[in-house]
Design a protein around this ligand. Structure first.
Ligand code: PLP
Length: 414
């Protein structure tokens, strides 16, 4: 109560803008995740990793646009955009940049021979599942409790799902026995297993290697496809979580940071699977006026050039270090920190956390308190406790953040 009252007082212009937004957009936004009580911050601009709010506050951005903002505000991205501004855009024709971008992605992901671009990760996930259903000639789709595959395929308990009418089997995450049982009872009906190698929105809960490996062998044995949603985990290595785990998907879904902060999504797989979209072979239709929008296509190649193996490795090491420090800082209040590499979630509950149900029943007011407390100290994370490091963050930003977390924990211990 106190924290939100103070927030209201400190942000009068944001409050006014929030009221105006509520009149023309339900809930006052067009992106449900940005809904926070009493209202989300309004940002005017950014310099490095520091955001300036419309009320003139400066806050260090640890959210990194839910992982899409990996690069931060980079001149190379601006340069690519400027190039398009000079040449023109929106032609209803193909250009050279999409081939270069597609080639860069194919070179990174061992299991991906060919890709198709979409406007978002949500759309790419839908396309991947539809592709798997088409290729297998089956309907059933295995997904996991706590998974987030974009707005239309959300399996986060507590959220009102806007669910596409697929025949879903929703199983517990990291539970190999449950998947085995599902395949034993109806393996020949399963088109695909759709899995995040780390539950992202569901709390940065990594898959156990044994679980992913079981998904690979069960799908293979039953003629189903393994679809890996690497929208978030693709930042773990040049070849994504698949490279880290040494497990290859039949279809891979990409999104977020490859667009350098612009709308982006892609799905891809083996030549054999993707042939479904070749007019000379499968002939499946995949439309989308903006699938090859000139800005994202130009930016994508610049992003892949900037993010080499070494850069990603260092970012992940930095994240691992920060997660350890954060867990120590949070010990007085008994919170744990989950995640891998540069992505993490602060949980108002003790660990270990292997699946969503491990943190069920936690009072959501803790999260809001943490969020508002850190914001008042000048650090911006997601209300659900999520953060994703960007390359724009300096050591001073991270040290300051740990100090803020420590101050929060000391204030609220017992
Ligand atoms: N899949 C995962 C794992 C995600 O984290 C997201 C994030 O939003 C999506 C899919 C959807 O991507 P987008 O927001 O681009 O639609």
């Amino acid at each position: 109560g106190d924290a939100t009252r103070r927030y209201r007082e400190r942000n009068p212009k944001s409050a006014r803008l929030a009221r105006a937004a509520t009149e023309v957009m339900p809930g006052g936004n067009t992106r449900s995740v940005l809904h926070t009580e009493p209202f989300g911050i309004r940002v005017d601009g950014a310099e490095g990793a520091v955001l300036t709010t419309v009320d003139g506050d400066q806050v260090v951005d640890l959210l990194g646009d839910y992982s899409a903002g990996l690069l931060g505000r980079r001149p190379e991205v601006a340069e690519a955009v400027r190039g398009v501004l000079d040449r023109g855009w929106g032609y209803g024709a193909m250009g050279e940049p999409e081939t270069a971008f597609a080639r860069a992605l194919v070179e990174r992901f061992v299991s991906v021979d060919q890709v198709r671009f979409t406007n978002s990760g949500s759309e790419a996930d839908l396309m991947a599942v539809l592709t798997a259903r088409h290729v297998s000639g089956r309907d059933r789709v295995v997904v996991f409790d706590g998974a987030y595959h974009g707005g239309p395929m959300t399996f986060l308990p507590g959220s009102a799902p806007l669910r596409v009418p697929f025949d879903f089997a929703v199983l517990p995450y990291n539970d190999t026995a449950a998947v085995e049982a599902e395949f034993t009872s109806c393996g020949d009906e399963i088109a695909c297993v759709l899995v995040e190698p780390m539950l992202g929105a569901g709390g940065c809960i990594p898959a156990s290697p044994a679980f992913l490996s079981a998904l690979r062998s069960l799908t293979r044995a039953h003629g189903s496809l393994l679809v890996m949603d690497e929208v978030m985990t693709s930042r773990l290595a040049v070849g994504g979580a698949q490279q880290v785990y040494g497990i290859h998907a039949d279809l891979t879904v990409l999104g977020k940071y490859f667009g350098g902060g612009l709308s982006f999504g892609a799905f891809g797989g083996s030549r054999h699977v993707m042939a479904a979209f070749d007019p000379a072979q499968g002939g499946l239709t995949h439309g989308g006026t903006f699938n090859n929008n000139a800005f994202t296509m130009a930016v994508g190649s610049a992003v892949t050039e900037l993010l080499d193996a070494d850069t990603l490795k260092r970012l992940n090491e930095r994240g691992d270090r920060l997660r350890d420090q954060l867990a120590q800082a949070m010990a007085p209040v008994g919170f744990c920190v989950t995640g891998v590499g540069s992505m993490m979630t602060i949980r108002p509950a003790p660990g270990p956390v292997e699946r969503w149900s491990d943190i069920a029943g936690v009072d959501p007011r803790w999260r809001r308190l943490l969020f508002h407390d850190l914001l008042a100290r000048g650090y911006y994370i997601a209300e659900r406790g999520y953060l994703a490091l960007s390359l724009a963050l300096t050591e001073q930003h991270l040290d300051g953040f740990i100090a803020a977390a420590r101050a929060f924990a000391e204030e609220h211990a017992d």
